[in-house]
Design a protein around this ligand. Structure first.
Ligand code: ADP
Ligand code: MG
Length: 221
């Protein structure tokens, strides 16, 4: 069973929903070790994305839809996270090319290119207490799941679970990148907001793949 543009639209919608629901929590995390704008930044970006989603042509491919997310985030989200996440979607979209059906290998290629885009732009490594602490374990878990023959939905579930663990793993760390790096030891005990939001994004991707609507359109057709 593959994923298609219907999944992509559901992924984007769910992300916008969860970012809105979690806005205050993300603001709170960023208030603790940053400047408190992460929730607002993402909500501004994803509400602009949601507005544009309805205007996309019916036949838009997953890659085209995700590229729209990229350019919208880059132009509307301030702060470090806008260009970083924008680059993730841009590179991820490019990895999909003009595919209309995404198999497990395509899902892994998407996640890998997205993570590599963040690294290219932000130069963070695992353990620096950034969104990379969510993305890299997600990419690794996705690769392992796909290697075991998992369906795309299960690959995304594995990625999302690993990202959630990765976000939690940032709590004891000292930050080496971004605003939180100015805090030194004072960042210890706080979860990185960008790692948390990236894990929410990946959870949205997995949930969108697990819904009956996504399954119905990718099933017998
Ligand atoms: P700002 O830090 O400019 O206020 P946000 O609050 O929107 O921007 O985003 C902060 C998040 O960006 C951090 O929690 C971290 O996950 C991420 N981040 C910052 N710098 C980097 C980097 N160099 N590489 C990867 N992620 C980073
Ligand atoms: Mg901030």
């Amino acid at each position: 069973m593959t994923l298609d543009a219907t999944w992509t639209r559901a992924f984007i919608e769910r992300t916008a929903d969860v970012v809105r629901e979690q806005r205050a929590a993300l603001v709170e995390l960023d208030r603790e070790i940053g400047d408190g704008d992460h929730g607002e930044n993402l909500e501004r970006g994803f509400s602009a994305v949601r507005a544009k989603l309805g205007q996309q042509p019916e036949g838009a491919t997953p890659g085209q839809l995700l590229k729209m997310v990229a350019t919208t985030l880059i132009s509307t989200v301030g702060g470090a996270s806008g260009p970083l996440l924008g680059t993730a979607y841009l590179k991820g979209a490019a990895a999909l090319g003009d595919a209309t059906e995404l198999d497990s290998a395509a899902v892994v290629a998407f996640l890998t290119a997205a993570r590599d885009g963040v690294v290219l732009r932000g130069k963070a490594e695992v353990g620096d207490k950034t969104m990379i602490d969510a993305w890299t374990p997600a990419v690794e878990a996705a690769g392992l799941a796909a290697g075991d023959g998992a369906e795309p939905a299960a690959v995304l579930r594995a990625a999302a679970d690993a990202a959630a663990e990765g976000a939690a793993s940032t709590e004891p760390l000292v930050a080496r990148k971004g605003r939180a790096s100015y805090l030194g030891e004072r960042a210890v005990g706080h979860r990185d907001p960008g790692a948390q939001s990236s894990s929410l994004i990946l959870a949205a991707a997995a949930e969108a793949a697990a819904t009956p609507a996504a399954a119905a359109t990718t099933g017998e057709a």
